[in-house]
Design a protein around this ligand. Structure first.
Ligand code: C5P
Length: 221
């Protein structure tokens, strides 16, 4: 593809899980593979965008043509995103942990006979909502994801409004769909005034189509 419709545009993409430390050797995490987010970063770069991918720990190689910032925690992810601004496009595809451990131990917790430790959790920043907040540095096009298990369109539409983002890519992650860690995805693109339901395709194809939609958005404004 020799067309570079996103040349001169900057994009920041989040991908993968976050790891939230409990102590120096243990953490809280989730099963996100990072495949969809990494594919989106590559697809935006392919269309000519200058892409910063902010990635939690994954088993994936860095996608070609992107600057990659490797982080572990949600708070590090937010800081790396903010450092990548200004940007025209933000895509939040990461599965960010909702909570971190308040005051993680700086020594390995021991089984000392006193029973299991109680972990106190504290809320993580919402990166999508933060990037969507009005202000001079808000990217013109902010895209979030919504992984739902039933009533996908209703929940995702409500999420778009609550987060303040422009578009939501909604997918059904009910057990049996194979979306988590799988190669395919079935998504709906939810904008302010329209919902498009896309056929099941590979995560790379979803990424390419989303990057084309972003390019079309900038052609229109
Ligand atoms: O609230 P929920 O996790 O369902 O929203 C999903 C969307 O919000 C995804 O785009 C995800 O990347 C983003 N998100 C975020 N920071 C959080 C939680 C979710 O950017 N702390």
């Amino acid at each position: 593809d020799l067309r570079k419709p996103l040349a001169g545009r900057r994009a920041v993409v989040t991908s993968g899980p976050t790891h939230e430390p409990i102590d120096p050797v243990r953490y809280i995490a989730n099963r996100s593979s990072g495949r969809q987010g990494h594919a989106i970063a590559a697809a935006l770069a392919q269309l000519g965008a200058e892409v910063t991918l902010v990635s939690g720990p994954t088993r994936l190689p860095d996608p070609p043509g992107c600057t990659v910032r490797h982080i572990e925690t949600a708070r590090e992810m937010l800081a790396a995103c903010e450092a990548a601004l200004p940007a025209d496009i933000a895509v939040c595809a990461a599965a960010v942990a909702d909570w971190h451990v308040a005051g993680p131990s700086d020594r390995k917790l021991k089984k000392d006979g006193g029973g299991p430790p109680a972990l106190e959790l504290a809320e993580n920043p919402d990166i999508l909502a933060t990037l969507s907040a009005p202000g001079g540095r808000r990217p013109a096009l902010v895209i979030g994801f919504a992984a739902e298990t039933g009533d996908v369109l209703a929940y995702a539409t409500a999420k778009r409004a609550r987060k303040g983002c422009d578009w939501i890519v909604a997918n059904d992650v009910s057990p049996g769909t194979g979306t988590f860690g799988g190669s395919d995805n079935t998504v709906h693109l939810i904008r302010a005034d329209a919902v498009e339901s896309w056929p099941t395709m590979t995560k790379e194809a979803v990424a390419a189509r989303l990057a084309e939609a972003a390019a079309a958005y900038f052609e229109r404004i």
